[in-house]
Design a binder for this molecule. Structure first.
Ligand code: NOJ
Length: 959
């Protein structure tokens, strides 16, 4: 690196973060990334050549076999005009859940002969260990998958394999050129290499061009980026040369695609090859510290989930591109003249995607739905479901950079109590450490133990930040041990990598190394990390990793990780491995203590949902950032990682009070709900806002706390089968085309609550899109909202009102007594709320466990299903109770459903003043108030002092 660049970077590292705002040009565009440019050029060539385009990949017919749920063969790639070929082993696996997996590698035998271009310590193989870190199940092969057509000799030149739970899926594997068409019930849903863009840059020896000799360079197809690439003053040397993989994937008859977070644009992804309202850059997935990020952009952010869904009326399909290297995805849409299968509205469009990764295997999973939930379930079987969180972690979290002393923390805690503002966790950012040395305390935190004990008195917790950069300084045992045990990431020559981050000169733990995880665990024991206790949890930041003086603010791609893999191969996994190391460490803080870890991560990959929460990083205190958070969080949810939030109030800058208030009202519904602020911003704890704002924010926070049982139930669903916590309308209304692009409102779990955050200054009316003809009630005053299916309705939303509607047909449990923290509400009684549908029914559920241990895995939970039909409300256990109730479950014997609120109660209840309650063989009566409709308000009824155990089956009848 030139010395002027080094100095610019070092100076930047020392400035406060806001002073080094990163602009778009600090990050690569596709044409500044050699492999992206090459693969895009290939797509352009193919398009320009039309029918003359010939993909050079052919399946060797004799090599093909189908056995035990796998199709195996060798693909020959023709690499020059002389007809020389390289061999690429192909496997198409069919799983018992009906997922197809297409994997292409490069034959190792040849690779062994390849000389590395310089004396790097990297492995001579395509990276093939992503699956070890990402996949946790779902791989059992469907041994019944069978060839139903085998006519590669004939003109169709293909093998057809039938698979899937009811044999309703087919993979048509075409040999020459290689392509696969995936069908469901006879209709083509997904095609790969249909446009002939499959590309695997095969390994080759570098041909050094001789002076004045253009031919060698041409023979080597060298565009000047194959062996070395420079960006922003940093040169990436490529010891193995070019090794990108690209593939086109077409969704046939699908107009909408979703997923591939994290980006700031709309939920329904945009086209990326230019034109009105479209992007001209592909969506990029390369985890980076993009602070002050711009909105409505395909630019990369901190985390990457290469999982995409395509949706049309009544059908969702998807793909998961398992590759951890830098990845770009182009999206284009094509109108098709007629669709022979008459698939319904919206099906006259094909969405074509083009995936390009810098290295690694081609490893793509194909999901054929037919529902979004099916796709999410299958994806979750493979990559794991959302961790069931610590209950506190879904309460409100109070953070800023920084609370400056233990007295400061206690003062905030005291003031929150004084103003009656509930919260669960207070957070400490980097300044709590002694000189950014993690696992140490600054002298202003003289008594961390006392601080933590004080928080515990009200059931509150502390989160402290621990980043992956370890300060390179003398007399710091943590760095000394890491060096001595050789657990840090290395330079390409095998020496320890040094770069700059918050502490100045630093080294980075290589959490790909199992020994590094073992060592990391030792740092978190209560004995070792002094001042921490059971109620202390962790925040992992900067784990992309952020390296202030590195290329694009990250680690050089030619750095080397455990087992000789280049950073280039594993970059997008880096954040997850660090998150995982911390997760393992929290599990082993004390022998015999088995509590659920809670760790927030900034960087993530597919699978990170198993380990904790994410947030959308360094947003700004502006209305457009508030607006952008909703589609971003919806996108996380449908990409299998719903435990997501955005900094409430905005990280950079100072929100005015209206913005701050509206942000809290939106935050009430973020699965991860934390207020956070930059070090240069003014203090803005909710009690600082003044009236009427503090009261309005407090009311919003209390709403969140009353809804915690419903949120926890939604987390349980996410944990069990991948159901999103915030549900976009294409998910809840898969047949309603006008709902498919709606991304500024959402349903919450199974509550039927439809929420539209206000995201504009001065706005006092919410234009809410209503997807169906069901009855909708205002959540707060039970008025029946005038609605028309597929149309917008105007909801009054003055500053003290959050637009929340209850869709008829749903029931959920709530806790109405406000308290200081979720832990203090643990054994409070419940209120059951039921909003009757037009046909007079409501259904819902409640899941509850101790919110802390893993005992739920042994049946220590309550899971009840509520049904209101006619004149009866009933509650029935979803699963049989455990043989022996543990301490928590026994304590729940004293917790009751105290109240039942029925919105839209039938007029026939008007004559009743009591309801009959039956449970555990006993019958008693409970007082009932029926309030007739008035003005626009629906009738409602309240049954009081119901007195049924929440964990018991019961029935309440109005007869
Ligand atoms: C960057 C994070 O995104 C931000 O939330 C945090 O406050 C700073 N790092 C300081 O740790």
């Amino acid at each position: 690196m030139r010395s002027s660049v080094v100095w610019a970077c070092l100076a930047a590292a020392l400035l406060p973060q806001s002073a080094v705002a990163v602009k778009e040009h600090d990050f690569k565009k596709c044409d500044q990334s050699g492999f992206c440019k090459r693969n895009r050029a290939l797509a352009d060539n193919a398009a320009a050549s039309g029918a003359d385009w010939a993909s050079p990949y052919t399946v060797l017919a004799d090599s093909a076999s189908v056995k035990d749920g796998q199709f195996q063969a060798t693909i020959l790639k023709t690499i020059n005009a002389q007809g020389d070929t390289v061999r690429l082993p192909l496997t198409v696996s069919f799983t018992q859940s009906g997922v197809a997996r297409v994997t292409v590698d490069e034959e190792r035998r040849q690779n062994k002969d390849i000389e590395l271009r310089h004396d790097s310590k990297v492995r001579k193989e395509r990276y093939n260990e992503a699956e070890k870190l990402v996949l946790v199940g779902g791989l059992e092969l469907d041994k019944t998958a069978a060839v139903v057509e085998d006519d590669f000799e004939a003109s169709t030149n293909q093998k057809v394999v039938r698979y899937g739970p009811e044999g309703q899926f087919e993979a048509h594997i075409q040999y020459s050129p290689f392509s696969v068409e995936f069908k469901r019930d006879g209709a083509t849903e997904i095609k790969i290499n249909d446009r002939g863009l499959f590309n695997m840059d095969h390994w080759r020896a570098k041909v050094e061009p001789k002076e004045g000799d253009a031919t060698d360079a041409a023979a080597n197809e060298d565009d000047g980026t194959l062996w070395e690439e420079t960006f922003g003053g940093n040169t990436d040397t490529k010891p193995r040369g070019p090794e990108s993989v690209g593939l086109d994937i077409s969704f046939v008859g699908y107009d909408h695609v979703y997923g591939i977070p994290s980006h700031t644009g709309p939920l329904s992804l945009k086209e990326t090859r230019g034109g009105d309202g479209k992007y001209s850059e592909p969506y990029r997935l390369y985890n980076l510290d993009v602070f002050e990020y711009i909105l409505d952009s395909p630019m990369t952010l901190y985390g990457a989930i290469p999982f995409m869904q395509a949706h049309r009326q009544g059908s969702t399909v998807g793909v998961f591109w398992l590759n951890a290297a830098e990845t770009w995805i182009d999206i284009t849409k094509q109108k098709v003249k007629s669709n022979p299968m008459a698939l319904g509205a919206g099906a006259e469009t094909d969405t074509q995607t083009h995936w390009m990764s810098e290295s690694g295997l081609l490893d793509v999973f194909v999901f054929l739905g037919p529902t979004t939930q099916d796709v999410l379930k299958n994806y979750g079987e493979l990559t794991g479901y959302t961790a069931l969180p610590q209950e506190s972690a879904i309460g409100y979290q109070q953070c800023r950079w920084n609370y400056v002393s233990d007295d400061d923390v206690k003062d905030v805690d005291r003031k929150m109590d004084k103003f009656g503002i509930p919260y669960d966790i207070i957070w400490l950012d980097i300044e709590y450490t002694d000189g950014k040395k993690y696992f140490t305390w600054d002298e202003k935190f003289a008594d961390p133990k006392g601080m933590v004990e004080r928080l515990d008195e009200h059931g509150r917790k502390l989160v402290v930040i621990i980043d992956p950069h370890i300060k390179n300084v003398d007399n710091y045992p943590v760095v000394a041990e890491m060096k001595q045990k050789e657990l840090a990431v290395k330079n390409k020559d095998g020496s320890i990598f040094e770069g700059w981050c918050w502490p100045g000169s630093s080294h980075w733990i290589d959490a790909f190394n199992p020994k590094a995880i073992d060592w990391w665990k030792t740092l978190f024991t209560y004995a070792s990390f002094k001042g921490t206790a059971e109620n202390v949890f962790i925040w992992n930041d900067m784990n992309e990793p952020s390296v202030f003086n590195g290329p694009e603010t990250t680690m050089p791609k030619d750095n080397v990780h455990h087992d000789g893999w280049e950073h280039r191969d594993v970059h997008n996994l880096n954040g997850m491995t660090f998150h995982n190391a911390t997760y393992q460490a929290l599990l082993s803080r004390k022998a015999g203590e088995l509590r659920r870890p809670f760790i927030l991560t900034r960087s993530f990959f597919a699978g990170s949902q198993r380990l904790g929460a994410m947030w959308t990083g360094d947003n700004q205190a502006s209305w457009d950032h508030l607006a952008a958070a909703t589609p971003m969080l919806l996108s996380q949810g449908i990409a299998g990682f719903p435990f997501a939030g955005a900094d409430v109030g905005g990280f950079f800058g100072n929100p005015d009070k209206e913005l701050q208030t509206r942000w809290y009202q939106a935050g009430v519904f973020y699965p991860f709900f934390r207020g956070h602020a930059h070090i240069d911003s003014r203090r803005r704890e909710p009690y600082m806002a003044g009236e009427p704002y503090t009261t309005i924010i407090t009311a919003a926070l209390r709403l969140r706390y009353s809804l915690l049982p419903a949120f926890y139930t939604a987390f349980h669903a996410a944990h069990t089968d991948g159901t999103p916590i915030l549900k976009p309308l294409f998910y809840t209304h898969p047949d309603v085309e006008s709902a498919f692009a709606v991304d500024d409102e959402f349903f919450v779990g199974s509550t039927g609550l439809l929420v539209k955050p206000i995201v504009d200054a001065g706005k006092e009316v919410a234009a809410m899109y209503i997807p169906d003809a069901e009855v909708y009630y205002d959540y707060f005053d039970y008025s029946v909202v005038p609605t028309e299916a597929g149309k917008v309705t105007q909801m009054p939303a003055p500053l003290d009102t959050i637009p929340v509607l209850m869709r008829g047909g749903h029931a959920f449990a709530r806790r109405d007594q406000p308290r200081r923290s979720s832990q203090l509400m643990k054994f409070d009684d419940y209120t059951l709320v039921a909003a009757l549908s037009k046909s007079g029914k409501a259904e819902g559920e409640l899941y509850v466990d101790d919110g802390d241990s893993f005992d739920y895995e042994k049946g220590q939970y309550i899971h009840q299903r509520f049904v209101l039909e006619g004149s009866t409300v009933s509650s029935k256990a979803v699963d049989a109770p455990p043989k022996k109730a543990g301490k928590w479950l026994k304590a729940m014997d004293d917790v009751h459903v105290d109240k039942i609120v029925v919105v839209g109660a039938p007029a026939s209840w008007s004559g009743f003043s009591a309801a009959t309650v039956t449970s555990g063989g006993k019958t008693w009566t409970a007082p009932l108030d029926y309030v007739p409709p008035s003005g626009g308000r629906a009738a409602f009824a309240i049954v009081r002092h119901v007195g049924v155990r929440v964990g018991a089956d019961w029935e309440v009848a109005v007869v």
